[in-house]
Design a protein around this ligand. Structure first.
Ligand SMILES: Cc1cc2nc3c(=O)[nH]c(=O)nc-3n(C[C@H](O)[C@H](O)[C@H](O)COP(=O)(O)OP(=O)(O)OC[C@H]3O[C@@H](n4cnc5c(N)ncnc54)[C@H](O)[C@@H]3O)c2cc1C
Length: 419
């Protein structure tokens, strides 16, 4: 098969890749957009696009309709509830949108192609390099065997948590990564509010993650369970086995859950360098998922846009430096504090049990709820002045002090700032 050369090759057409391709194509770049799947395709997700994601879509003039959700209930292991109220910030709205990934991802891919990106279906397989070892592209593997070899001045890795691009470019140390694995299924009966459950499979031994019951797009419910692990992906597979137990504990009938789908999540930048040379990683490939609650669509959209804008502004030679500085400003301060905290919690289930009981205890929950809603959703930057913002700022300062000597903190700063 013969090959073709592009300004930019985007590998992966989830939210991160499609937005990168769309913005680059709108800016006049010649873009190849590759995905191993044919769209529309399903994707394991809680299907909530958070407030910052809603804002990025609006800024790009993309209208994705779906039910709005705002406030969220957190249910502690004793059954006590804390209501986290949503409020609009200065730079984001006070709601998330529910949209099934089958529809969201197909819509974004369609818009990228409409903007001029050239689509390819195939798995990025064997990598090509320059004589000096720079990644320049991939040969695709298709249903029919070998596909074309695509090369480009810049390769954007938007191929998810297990990114082939990150490995091919030597940008990830998987033994350092803060992993999570989560499964989801659809059920009838939408909850009135999204709910997060801190579950104790055994009394006083917390789960190294959480379960959820979210309203679905079609008046149904999206239910799921996720758990984290350090440097080793094996413990993650437990989530699928545990889903039934979690649903029963939440008062739901596990036999009514539809097909289960799971996926890997790479959190908090630890162990992944977001860009180097002519390779830029975006979304899950860069490990941008919020280590506290597992949100990643908003970061996928924003980083896809930032990568394309860096390329348009600085050209192939300057894009990586500009993009890495953007990621450092936007995500490193939060990740440097929350990745060490989550990394510690996933190996200390008793501490998780303790903390979730304290946070949902009468009085405490109500006191911290406003700041909790802001801080754990990474909404402090751009929050409106007031009580919740002050509590979130205190949480940030306390977290920074607690993690000041952690190796994860150093890792986040070194992958983002050091060239
Ligand atoms: C169960 C679960 C629930 C979640 N719930 C939420 C939620 O409610 N809200 C939220 O914000 N986030 C949630 N997340 C996280 C969210 O799904 C991710 O952060 C988001 O999908 C990241 O988008 P992305 O474009 O970076 O990667 P992806 O969406 O993973 O897209 C990567 C694409 O790359 C393609 N690809 C992979 N390898 C190759 C290859 N070698 N060649 C070609 N193509 C390739 C894949 O087919 C895929 O289409 C959840 C994750 C899980 C697993």
């Amino acid at each position: 098969m013969t090959g073709s050369h592009y300004d930019v090759l985007v590998v992966g057409s989830g939210p991160a890749g499609s937005i990168a391709a769309l913005v680059a194509a709108r800016g006049g770049a010649r873009v190849a957009l590759v995905d191993k799947a044919r769209f529309p395709r399903d994707k394991a997700c809680g299907d909530l696009v958070g407030p910052r994601g809603v804002q990025t879509l609006a800024d790009l003039g993309i209208d994705i309709a779906g039910p709005r959700v705002g406030d969220m209930d957190v249910v502690g292991p004793t059954g006590r509830r804390v209501l986290l109220r949503a409020s609009a910030g200065i730079t984001y709205p006070g709601h998330a949108v529910v949209v099934r990934r089958r529809r969201l991802d197909a819509t974004l891919q369609h818009l990228a192609i409409e903007a001029g990106a050239e689509p390819f279906t195939g798995r990025a397989a064997s990598a090509s390099y320059t004589d000096s070892g720079q990644l320049t592209g991939f040969e695709l593997e298709t249903d029919k065997g070998k596909g074309p070899r695509l090369t480009a001045d810049v390769v954007i890795g938007a191929d998810g948590a297990l990114s082939r691009v990150a490995v091919a470019a030597g940008l990830v140390d998987e033994t350092q990564v803060l992993w999570a694995f989560a499964v989801r299924a659809y059920m009838d009966d939408a909850p009135s509010l999204p709910r997060i459950h801190f579950w104790e499979p055994e009394r006083r031994s917390g789960y190294p993650g959480y379960g959820w019951v979210f309203p679905g797009e079609a008046g149904d419910a999206n239910v799921g369970l996720g758990l984290g692990s350090r440097g080793d992906r094996r413990p993650g597979t437990r989530a699928a086995k545990d889903l039934g137990g979690f649903l029963a504990s939440a008062g739901l009938d596990p036999s009514r859950a539809g097909r289960t789908l799971g996926g890997w999540i790479k959190m908090g930048l630890v162990g992944t360098r977001p860009a180097q040379g002519r390779t830029l990683l975006v979304g899950d490939a860069a490990g941008l998922v919020n280590p506290l609650q597992g949100e990643g669509i908003a970061q996928a959209l924003a980083s896809g846009r930032a990568a394309a804008e860096a390329l348009l502004a600085a050209g192939a030679a300057g894009a990586a430096g500009l993009y890495r500085a953007d990621i450092a400003r936007r995500y490193a301060p939060f990740a440097a504090t929350t990745a060490p905290i989550t990394g510690w919690m996933v190996t200390h289930p008793r501490a998780v049990a303790h903390l979730s009981r304290v946070l949902t205890a009468p009085g405490v929950g109500r006191l911290v709820a406003g700041g909790w809603a802001v801080y754990w959703n990474d909404l402090l930057d751009g929050a409106r002045p007031g009580g919740p913002q002050r509590v979130a700022r205190l949480a940030e300062l306390a977290g920074r002090a607690l993690t000041s000597r952690s190796a994860d903190r150093r890792s986040v700063w070194s992958v983002t700032w050091e060239s």
